[in-house]
Design a binder for this molecule. Structure first.
Ligand SMILES: Cc1cc2nc3c(=O)[nH]c(=O)nc-3n(C[C@H](O)[C@H](O)[C@H](O)COP(=O)(O)OP(=O)(O)OC[C@H]3O[C@@H](n4cnc5c(N)ncnc54)[C@H](O)[C@@H]3O)c2cc1C
Length: 292
């Protein structure tokens, strides 16, 4: 018998309305998106995309950039910081800036999303997709998830942790989160509350690179995440999976470096992956995602 039940396309366009805006840090805003009756059939850690062409006020800027870049401006991806059991889709957008002498082009979408999307703004988003998720059989493979995050790279890991804690799957989560200063930490209060609610299952270390951590809880230190810090938090390496997200070398940076006959300087994600391999982690134990 032929099954003619219409199949739902996994990635589809969804009409969303900004329900709430939160100033997350001095240069990032969280948007809570209401998607009405649309199914929240995503996995924690996945992302949506937003096509900048939908914003009429960007039309001329986009036309100019498409001419000088020689191609259509692509939709931008935003990880979801929400978990599927939560009513809204959470994205947190860090505003990129144009730095004269450094940046090649002005940023297109992050300034309007982070600054000019008040509640009530209608958006077309596409979703849901992305492989940065926990495997179905995660508890057979691991008892600990190590989260190595920097800057806005915390967003998908926030969703992963909330989902796992909500489901009560027994996994222990260790978050080592690198930020420049206390003011750059995303979801600070929410993480403190989660750690207090799940003391056996969630440990957090804020690693501040440009400031002494005076009033940062539950635990904090000054400096970058390094091999010693990781090693002190791992009990049994063979039962640990790592989710690493933060700044990484972008495709165009790699291309430009190669054209100049050099290798691009490693950023956060490349540095962490090197350390993990030195500590003895296998490739299959590590998932990574990077941007910017
Ligand atoms: C899977 C995934 C998840 C993401 N999640 C998040 C998230 O949760 N939060 C978040 O804030 N961001 C996230 N991002 C990044 C996001 O998609 C955008 O890249 C970011 O918001 C910047 O977009 P923009 O339009 O403002 O800037 P862009 O217009 O993309 O420009 C950004 C910078 O890149 C430079 N640039 C762009 N193209 C070129 C080129 N061809 N050659 C040289 N330089 C170039 C520009 O000069 C500028 O400095 C994610 C990206 C991915 C891939």
């Amino acid at each position: 018998m032929v099954d003619d039940t219409p199949r739902r396309r996994k990635v589809r366009e969804i009409q969303a309305v900004v329900a709430e805006v939160r100033d997350e840090t001095h240069d990032a805003a969280s948007l809570l998106l209401d998607i009405g009756a649309e199914e929240r059939d995503y996995k924690a850690g996945q992302f949506i995309t937003i096509d900048p062409h939908q914003f009429g006020f960007l039309e001329q800027v986009i036309a100019y950039l498409e001419e000088i870049k020689g191609g259509r401006e692509k939709p931008r991806a935003y990880s979801m910081g929400s978990a599927p059991h939560e009513p809204h889709i959470l994205i947190t957008v860090k505003e990129e800036r144009f730095w004269p002498g450094e940046s090649k082009y002005p940023p297109v979408l992050s300034p309007p999303l982070s600054r000019h999307c008040p509640p009530g703004t209608e958006l077309t988003i596409s979703g849901f997709t992305g492989p940065y998720t926990l495997p179905e059989d995660v508890t057979q493979k691991a008892d600990t998830i190590l989260h190595l995050c920097a800057g806005s790279g915390i967003v998908p890991n926030f969703g992963l942790m909330k989902d796992s804690l909500h489901r009560g799957d027994g996994l222990r989560h260790i978050l080592l989160y690198s930020s420049k200063t206390r003011g750059d930490i995303f979801y600070y209060e929410q993480f403190a509350a989660l750690a207090a609610a799940h003391p056996e299952r969630l440990s957090i270390v804020h690693s501040l690179t440009r400031e002494d951590p005076v009033d940062v809880h539950p635990a904090s230190r000054r400096g970058r995440i390094d091999a010693d810090l990781i090693a002190t938090h791992i009990r049994d390496l063979s039962r640990c999976l790592v989710y690493c997200c933060g700044p990484g070398v972008l495709p165009w940076e790699r291309k430009e470096a190669r054209a100049a006959g050099t290798e691009p300087a490693p950023k956060f994600v490349e540095t962490m992956i090197n350390i993990l391999h030195q500590l003895g982690f296998e490739k299959g134990q590590i998932k990574q995602e990077s941007w910017g």
